[in-house]
Design a protein around this ligand. Structure first.
Ligand code: ADP
Ligand code: MG
Length: 640
């Protein structure tokens, strides 16, 4: 362990491992297949990064989130560790070069997105490489039982078979017991081996409020609990509406969703991180890779799709171990909405097939072709051209992904690309104007491979060399492309679509029971679990969630709404109200430390303490800097 600690200090500057990190590292370093369950923010990355540093060879890291992959590679490089990534959107040349470097031992870490992992060249090169470990992040994606199944993850097993002696480290933040078992099975674990800490978070109070007016209730919560907040809503339009509403009521808020421009997203995130914006109102696009410890409330205005998702999102509150609240706002119309959601998420099979066919035509793919082909993909454009509804089409693509036909990746920065569509000889025969000639000359001098593959080019660099403006370069490139001398793809942020099977004839596209019906059923059962959670009033929230994740023996948390309700009834309601009023009366004269306050009340200490705690938790009274209790300055407000 000492050597791992040394590595941790030397490269990361941390002094010790968190409890589970040490166990996981010991296990994988001993060559055992290992599954580690740690909450988001728990520090999963170090559990493969540190041990790999003391092993010989390359650590292959599989992860589906390309943006995070790039962050990690940058992060490692900053620490002086050689790392690279392979993902959709890279050119064939770049992938080949990276793989060749890997074979020669140039990297310690190679991040691979799952749809690239199973490609023939990856397989071919990886067997020539000395590999010390395969780390599988977000490993729940390998399980059909999980809430985020990705068939391309199943191909990791093929890599394992090619490298039988290389141990695998699977990581995830959320998995039900059946998924835990399935991950180990699908990843061909030699022996079951799981490390997991309780998911219990003692500083986090789960609360469900059944309310008619959610906006008003949200306002109440934010007025009662100061500090940073994340508010989750279901659709993009609503992010704006709720943020506007909060701003109108004096609470600095901004909206966030995946459809915003990247600069805008970055700026919004920064302002929230710095505390300039108190509340971010977002779809579930917000949160990935975001590490802010002092979030006091996470409020869900709509029901999430699964308790896994809820647990992850709610768990962003209170990472600093200070008191925090995860509140779900519910009303009866939510149950009806859930039914519609099931219908939208699983459009009829004919619709799915229709979208598949349209997609093949959109991409101009002949039947039988397209295996491993990667396309930048604009779903808006696709739907416009084929007059398809966006949400439904998106869900059809998701189903096709789950059925193993294709893979959609999150959007990412791609560099501009150029490919000459005429041969070198012909190039000189064509007549060009002077500008074009200069540009072609510089292109050929600056880049190689322009005749064989779409090569990455940088307009900025070209502009400097030509002493033009960037816009001029752009215009001339577009001009060359119009004359069909080059193919030019300007830089953009774009999602990618990969065909992981060749295009099938429409009548051969089958969505069998497993690919569709079973999944629909599982989705419905997850949705039902969410509804049960929202509708239950008497079971401890924490116990419900923990039991869902396999912890059946936990004790009531004492701080959720169900527990508080119980406590409330221990002190009779009349009692409670009498004590509460006398507390308010005493405190309206002076602020006092708890013990003095209790002495002034005409009641037994445990009861008084219970009421005081309830009032603190519900924002009626609070402690000042001197640890004296005082009435919270929000006249007219009630508890959250
Ligand atoms: P996860 O993947 O589990 O969500 P990360 O690996 O991204 O979490 O780590 C979350 C944060 O915790 C990172 O900022 C990381 O540097 C930090 N961290 C991880 N392990 C330690 C440690 N032993 N000591 C201090 N900070 C740590
Ligand atoms: Mg992680």
């Amino acid at each position: 362990m000492q050597k791992h600690l040394d590595i941790l200090r030397q490269y990361w500057g941390y002094t010790q491992f968190r409890s589970l990190q040490g166990d996981i590292i010991r296990s994988i370093a001993a060559g055992k297949d290992t599954l580690g369950l740690m909450p988001t923010g728990g520090g999963k990355s170090l559990t493969f990064q540190v041990p790999a540093m003391s092993m010989e060879g390359l650590c292959v890291v599989v992860t589906p989130l390309i943006a995070l992959m790039k962050d990690q590679v940058e992060n490692l490089k900053k620490r002086g560790i050689a790392a690279a990534a392979i993902y959709s959107g890279m050119s064939y040349n770049a992938i080949m070069m990276t793989l060749d470097n890997a074979v020669f031992g140039a990297y310690k870490f190679l991040y691979v997105s799952p749809e690239r992992l199973a490609s023939a060249i990856f397989m071919e090169k990886i067997v020539q490489t000395v590999v010390c470990m395969i780390a599988v992040d977000e490993s729940h994606c390998i399980s059909q039982w999980g809430y985020d199944f990705r068939p391309s993850y199943l191909r990791i097993a093929d890599i394992r078979e090619l490298l039988p002696d290389v141990p695998v480290l699977a990581l995830t933040a959320t998995a039900t017991p059946e998924v835990v078992e399935d991950i180990q099975k699908q990843l061909l674990f030699k022996k079951p081996n799981v490390f997991q800490k309780s998911f219990h978070r003692s500083n986090l109070a789960y609360v469900v409020r059944t309310v008619e007016n959610k906006d008003e209730n949200l306002l109440k919560i934010l007025n009662n609990v100061p500090g940073t907040s994340v508010v989750y809503v279901r659709n993009r339009k609503k992010t704006k509406e709720v943020a506007d509403f909060l701003n109108q009521n004096g609470i600095p808020a901004e909206n966030f969703h995946a459809g915003l421009k990247n600069d805008t997203k970055d700026a919004k995130q920064k302002r929230w991180m710095s505390g300039e914006t108190r509340v971010i109102v977002s779809t579930n696009a917000f949160g990935m890779g975001i590490d802010k410890a002092e979030v006091r409330t996470v409020v869900h205005m709509d029901l999430p799709d699964s308790l896994e998702a809820y647990f992850q999102e709610a768990g962003r509150a209170g990472r600093d171990e200070q008191k925090a609240y995860a509140v779900l706002l519910y009303n009866n119309s939510d149950a009806t909405k859930m039914n519609k959601r099931v219908a939208d998420t699983f459009p009829g099979k004919e619709m799915v097939v229709k979208v598949y066919e349209a997609l093949g035509n959109y991409l101009q793919l002949g039947v039988g072709s397209g295996l491993d082909a990667v396309y930048s993909f604009d779903i808006g454009d696709f739907c416009r051209k084929f007059r398809l509804p966006i949400l439904i089409s998106y869900n059809c693509l998701k189903i096709l992904q789950q059925a193993g036909y294709l893979e959609l990746t999150d959007e990412q920065d791609s560099s501009s690309r150029v490919l000459f569509t005429v041969g070198k000889e012909d190039l000189y025969k064509l007549r060009q104007n002077a500008e074009q000639e200069k540009l072609i000359h510089i292109l050929l001098r600056s880049y190689t491979g322009l005749f064989t593959d779409l090569a990455a080019v940088d307009e900025e660099t070209i502009a400097k060399r030509l002493q033009w403006t960037r816009d001029m370069v752009y215009e001339q490139l577009v001009g060359l492309s119009k004359e069909r001398i080059i193919q030019y793809i300007p830089r953009k942020k774009t999602p990618y679509l990969t065909f992981i099977r060749e295009r099938e004839a429409t009548e051969k596209v089958v969505l069998g029971k497993e690919a569709y019906d079973d999944r629909r059923e599982r989705y419905m059962s997850r949705v039902k679990n969410v509804l049960d959670y929202a509708q239950e009033e008497n079971i401890c929230r924490c116990q419900m969630l923990l039991s869902y994740f396999g912890e059946k023996e936990s004790k009531p948390c004492g701080v959720c709404d169900a527990c508080l309700k119980k406590k409330e009834t221990q002190v009779t309601n009349d009692d409670f109200e009498t004590i509460r009023l006398s507390i308010l009366e005493v405190l309206s004269d002076e602020s006092l430390p708890v013990n003095k306050l209790v002495r002034k009340l005409n009641t037994k200490e445990p009861k008084a303490i219970q009421v005081i705690r309830f009032m603190i938790d519900n924002g009626q009274i609070e402690e000042n800097e001197l640890m004296h209790l005082k009435i919270k300055q929000k006249p007219g407000e009630q508890s959250i």
